[in-house]
Design a protein around this ligand. Structure first.
Ligand code: MSP
Length: 503
């Protein structure tokens, strides 16, 4: 394992308020960051998130709100920061593309590529999709609509600057092929490899004329242009953690060979992160990230969330109703990472009642109750020699738990739902054991030793489970630790009381 770990989320557009999709990526990255902080030495994990504040969409949203672009972004960024606070997101740094450190790095990168003749100017004709901010060439169109969003396009002809990404096609193909961890999950790797096989890369237009769009980072070698928002945005991953020195070498404590670098993204921005970004880095002489991990989409009734459909779910409302950890748990458990999932309150309630109320909450509550009832709130001291086979099985299950969670979570696949399944194994075994061992009978028959051994193993399960859960459900983990760690334990109130169907 590398000694340092650097994980990022996409930087989110501030043209609208954050929704559950944004929160998903951020919660996933937060869970991994929290996990890695426990696995590595203190100070060796860096978790970056932030906001993407330039471009046409944002200019347009600001105009509509009757504010200057800067005023507008300053306002919306607060909503993101507040949401991350509510969701217990433990980011170490928050980058905004309007910050000096970022603008400086973008301009330096552009100048270096221009000096190296990797960037050239040319007359450009294309079909432009304003909402997507994408140019399409004639050959890419089957009708006069945007191939991505199916909205009408505008024909545009202008002088722009181009980055010679076409020269890197073979290199990129081989890099992806030789580094199977670079794009995860494997299905996404296939997707990009076959895209590279079937298409010839065209050079990337990395500027926009100022007269059409003024809200961007000025191109250092042309007064007439600002930087294309994706070139600007991708640079955030390096502008947050380092700088170019006078010789043009990128210097950073977080981008060396001793750091594992992971970009967590949604599948919608896979191509930018696995085609443009590696080529930008290569041309700048900077090492590649280890992994770009793309998850699927959260859908509402099988449709994508969008402002125009009016089906955008506000995470704050869900958290208000069910609690932050229930929300985090639901997102990470309900859908295998990488696939699309359907978001509904019904699904949350179902998961809540089965996994949290029936399994975890029940185990904790019944254990605390028994400690209160049979031992006056004091956990009996450990005794050796548990003879019961079931106790041995549970003990071996919790011994291997941390390794299994690590396998599921720290490998390139980031399998959150599998990690949670592993954590639920000892919970389920323990609950089954309670039902079979019938502690109330042991107490009645005065089988002291058996009852003690039984309670001890339940306490061990709860401690291990609490510990393993802490990256996923930080608040719940502390509550569990607190409840089971008291000098005098009382059953208190159930952590996850069942939600009854009101209908
Ligand atoms: N600003 C760019 C990213 C630049 S990164 C250098 C951008 N921003 S965005 O605000 O549109 O956010 C896109 C990201 O939000 C997706 O990649 C994904 O992480 C998350 N999601 C947005 N909608 C989503 C769903 N419906 N479901 C899951 N996640 C989605 O693109």
């Amino acid at each position: 394992m590398k000694s340092k770990f650097y994980i990022t989320t996409p930087i989110y557009y501030v043209n609208a308020s954050p929704h559950i999709g944004h929160s998903y990526t951020t919660i996933a990255a937060d869970t991994i960051a929290r996990f890695m902080r426990k696995a590595l030495k203190e100070g060796n994990v860096l978790f970056l998130t932030g906001t993407d504040e330039h471009g046409q969409k944002i200019q347009k949203a600001a105009d509509e709100a009757g504010l200057s672009a800067q005023e507008f972004v300053d306002k919306v960024v607060v909503q993101f920061r507040n949401l991350w606070k509510t969701l217990n997101i433990s980011y170490d740094d928050f980058i905004r593309t309007t910050q000096d450190r970022h603008i400086r790095t973008v301009q330096k990168a552009l100048q270096m590529l221009y000096d190296k003749k990797e960037i050239y100017s040319a007359e450009y004709q294309g079909w432009y999709c304003t909402p997507c901010e994408i140019f399409w060439t004639e050959t890419q169109l089957t009708d006069s609509l945007c191939p991505d969003c199916r909205r009408p396009l505008e024909k545009i002809s202008e002088v722009n600057y181009f980055f010679k990404i076409s020269a890197y096609q073979d290199w990129l193909f081989n890099h992806i092929k030789n580094n199977p961890c670079f794009i995860q999950p494997a299905s996404r790797q296939e997707e990009i490899l076959s895209f590279l096989k079937m298409n010839t890369l065209t050079d990337l237009c990395i500027s926009r004329p100022r007269q059409r769009l003024s809200w961007g980072i000025p191109v250092p070698f042309s007064k007439e242009h600002v930087t294309y928002v994706w070139f600007d945005a991708l640079i955030n991953y390096i502008s947050a953690v380092g700088e170019f020195d006078d010789k043009g070498n990128y210097v950073s404590g977080w981008w060396g060979d001793d750091t594992r670098i992971v970009h967590m993204i949604g599948k919608d921005i896979l191509r930018q992160h696995t085609v443009y970004w590696p080529i930008m880095l290569k041309a700048l002489g900077i090492r590649m990230p280890d992994t770009v991990c793309a998850h699927g989409w959260w859908l509402i009734d099988a449709a994508k969330m969008s402002k125009s459909r009016g089906n955008v779910v506000n995470p704050l409302e869900v958290v208000d109703k069910y609690g932050v950890d229930v929300y985090r748990y639901f997102l990470l458990k309900d859908v295998p990472f990488g696939l699309d999932g359907n978001f509904s309150e019904e699904a949350i309630v179902k998961r809540f009642n089965s996994d949290l109320a029936n399994d975890l909450g029940n185990l904790l509550y019944r254990t605390l109750t028994m400690i209160e009832k049979y031992y006056q709130g004091v956990i009996p001291s450990p005794r050796d020699g548990a003879h019961d086979e079931r106790i041995k099985n549970i003990a071996s299950c919790i011994t291997s738990l941390s390794r299994e969670v690590e396998d599921a979570l720290a490998k390139a696949t980031f399998n959150f739902s599998l990690a949670l399944e592993k954590i639920w194994e000892p919970i389920n075994m323990a609950n089954k054991y309670v039902e079979e061992a019938k502690p109330w009978n042991l107490a009645k028959e005065n089988k002291k030793e058996e009852l003690e051994a039984f309670i001890r193993i339940l306490v061990d399960v709860i401690r291990q489970v609490g510990n393993a859960l802490s990256p996923f459900m930080p608040q719940t983990a502390s509550l569990i630790e607190e409840q089971i760690g008291r000098d005098k334990i009382s059953k208190g109130r159930p952590l996850f009381p069942r939600i009854e169907n009101k209908r």
